[in-house]
Design a binder for this molecule. Structure first.
Ligand code: ZN
Length: 231
């Protein structure tokens, strides 16, 4: 573990060296700071990068620590995430059940206000929007990568964000719709690249890097936030 002083505190960081890497990347989450750099960079050069970015790293750490508090509870007055933005949740009791996203607020009408019911209505709303959004993104990225898929299936499962099944079918986790757009892109590009290279060999990560040079930030975001999205 290395560290630099920052104001009255310290910024601690780990260094991971990767061969064939041209750029240096700084990953920040609640577990710490990781610097991913090419293997030829000296400790001093890496330290200089950390010093230069210290203000940004510090604020990112504060942000990362706050993420824990954002668990979705489906309770009145809390927040519901959609495409990376948090919207206020208003629950109204009504005979006609439904959900509406209007002026930055999700208004959910339920017969009886239970967490399960509100969650179910929100999930159904996500399902309605997911197919169109995921398909549009997938078509766009497939063209760029030069692959063809058969169809997209939106799944409500907890195990993984995406997977590939027989006949080039891409399965995407419904909850990903709550994440920022770039994260959704990462999950899609990740699966599309598997159409060319099925395994997670260095060749695969190289292809992914070529298609999305900042993919590691998004991968990291998912590893920090997956619990928030898995409801
Ligand atoms: Zn994979």
């Amino acid at each position: 573990m290395n560290s630099i002083p920052f104001g009255n505190s310290k910024i601690k960081y780990n260094v991971k060296r990767v061969t064939n890497r041209k750029t240096t990347q700084i990953l920040v989450d609640k577990l710490g700071v990781q610097i991913i750099s090419s293997s030829d960079k000296t400790q001093k050069e890496i330290k200089d990068i950390v010093v230069k970015n210290s203000k940004w790293i510090y604020s990112k750490q504060i942000w990362a620590n706050k993420q824990n508090d954002l668990k979705i509870t489906f309770k009145q007055g809390t927040k519901l995430p959609y495409l990376g933005k948090n919207y206020l949740l208003k629950i109204k009791e009504s005979k006609n059940e439904g959900i509406l996203l209007s002026k930055g607020t999700f208004i959910v009408k339920v017969n009886k206000n239970t967490t399960k019911k509100v969650q179910e209505i929100f999930k159904n709303w996500l399902k309605e929007h997911a197919q169109k959004i995921i398909e549009k993104k997938s078509n766009h990225h497939a063209k760029k990568i030069g692959v063809k898929f058969d169809k997209i299936i939106i799944k409500d499962h907890k195990e993984r964000w995406g997977s590939l099944s027989k006949n080039n079918t891409i399965n995407i986790n419904l909850s990903i719709l709550c994440a920022p757009s770039k994260i959704i892109d990462y999950v899609i590009i990740h699966e599309l690249c598997h159409l060319k290279i099925p395994d997670h060999s260095p060749k695969y990560w190289n292809l992914l890097y070529k298609m999305m040079p900042d993919y590691e930030t998004h991968k990291e975001w998912l590893s920090v936030n997956w619990k928030l999205l898995n409801f």
